[in-house]
Design a protein around this ligand. Structure first.
Ligand SMILES: Nc1nc2c(ncn2[C@@H]2O[C@H](COP(=O)(O)OP(=O)(O)OP(=O)(O)O)[C@@H](O)[C@H]2O)c(=O)[nH]1
Ligand SMILES: [Zn+2]
Length: 357
């Protein structure tokens, strides 16, 4: 089977009309990936996307084929591979646009890949008790760290008299992020989210249980399809897994990445994302007299000065410090943790002390 892949090399973000959507674009193929290969290579080793990860290997889908690759390639859901038919486990993983990862709990704190090549993260909370600024900020920092566009969605707007206070709170996080309030059920969601859910785009949800993530997926997809449905199975063993697909394609050809690991993401290796999220505070702290200033009793502390003039919000500052501590703790290896234990304890005590002021 030799396919002509020349048409896919130019596939970018601009989607062709729906009826002409190519299978690869429907799976999320973009010029970013096309630029890493050429027609001949694509013919010999066709592109495919990881739609599921199992202990037994990677489930992948491409143009007209779906198969399983034995463990080998270091890849996760959303990754693009060039499938090597002779040695599947040596299939090449294409460079990623973005990558969500975390560290395992074990001794080596090994990195675990959670999801790859996500364009937009919908950070979902609801206009009720779930609403929590610190959690939103954590997800925003994660997205910014990984070059994923964050969009904050406030669901269940229909259950409050006025969503405006929630909107205002969420917008205080950063003026660079879109914040929307909506009823996740029904047609509104599809219309409102359409700009981020075009063909060839990949989205993911970050948010607690019960905030409306599945409802949004249903609203988006009408008939959310598993990524491999409607694609001929070339799997010689004729095996069909019935387990939950982690990459879904909506009717409009947008990929929705939904892995269990997305649900409880902590901040790890996200210092740049945190700095971007709290750019104003980071800039202020950088102008403290001492560059290891704990913003406690040091002279020439710009942060304390900002607090005194009311230029910065005490609660926001406290949340930033907490997230910095979480990030530092999660990013450290066990050995680093031990070495840093004393210094870390001192920093935490400083923060606790300051929050009491
Ligand atoms: N009134 C109203 N109900 C909503 C809205 N969004 C979700 N719900 C309801 O809230 C409940 C939970 O929604 P789900 O979509 O299952 O939440 P989830 O985020 O997918 O939850 P998990 O699968 O546990 O992570 C369902 O009964 C929804 O119908 C909304 O905007 N308005
Ligand atoms: Zn200071």
């Amino acid at each position: 089977m030799t396919r002509d892949y020349s048409q896919f090399l130019g596939a970018g973000n601009a989607a062709p009309p729906k009826q002409e959507l190519s299978p690869l674009v429907r799976l999320g193929w973009q010029s970013f990936f096309a630029q890493q290969t050429d027609v001949d290579e694509m013919a010999a080793t066709p592109p495919c996307r990881v739609v599921e990860v199992h202990r037994s290997g990677l489930r992948v889908a491409g143009d007209g084929f779906a198969t399983e690759i034995p463990p080998g390639p270091e890849a996760t859901v959303g990754d693009w591979l060039l499938f090597n038919p002779d040695q599947p486990q040596r299939s090449r993983v294409l460079d990623r646009k973005s990558l969500l990862k975390r560290r395992a709990a074990g001794h080596d704190r090994k990195e675990q890949l959670i999801g790859a090549n996500i364009d937009t993260a919908f950070i979902v909370t609801s206009c009720n008790a779930d609403f929590n600024l610190a959690r939103l900020e954590r997800y925003v920092a994660l997205s910014m760290e990984t070059q994923i566009t964050p969009v904050i969605l406030l669901t269940k707007a229909d259950l409050v008299d006025d969503p405006a206070p929630y909107l205002a709170d969420a917008r205080s996080i950063s003026d660079r992020i879109t914040v929307l309030a909506l009823d996740a059920r029904g047609d509104e969601a599809r219309r409102v989210l359409a700009p981020w859910c075009k063909a060839g785009q990949t989205i993911a949800y970050l948010g607690s249980s019960g905030v409306g993530k599945s409802t949004l997926t249903n609203a988006l997809s009408e008939t959310a399809q598993a990524a491999t449905q409607g694609i001929r199975e070339d799997d010689a063993r004729g095996r069909h897994t019935t387990s939950h697909r982690q990459l879904h394609i909506t009717g409009a050809g947008c990929a929705v990445l939904d892995t269990p690991g997305m649900r409880e993401l902590q901040l790890t290796d996200a210092s740049a994302g945190l700095e971007e999220t709290f750019a104003d505070l980071a800039a202020l702290a950088a102008s403290c007299k001492f560059n290891d200033c704990a913003h406690d009793t040091e002279p020439g502390c710009a942060v304390r000065a900002g607090l005194e003039t009311g230029a910065i919000d005490r609660h926001r500052l406290a949340r930033w410090h907490k997230l910095l501590a979480e990030e530092a703790f999660n990013s450290a290896t066990l050995a680093q943790r031990r070495a840093k234990d004393r210094a870390f304890g001192k920093m935490v005590r400083g923060i606790v002390k300051q929050n009491r002021k």
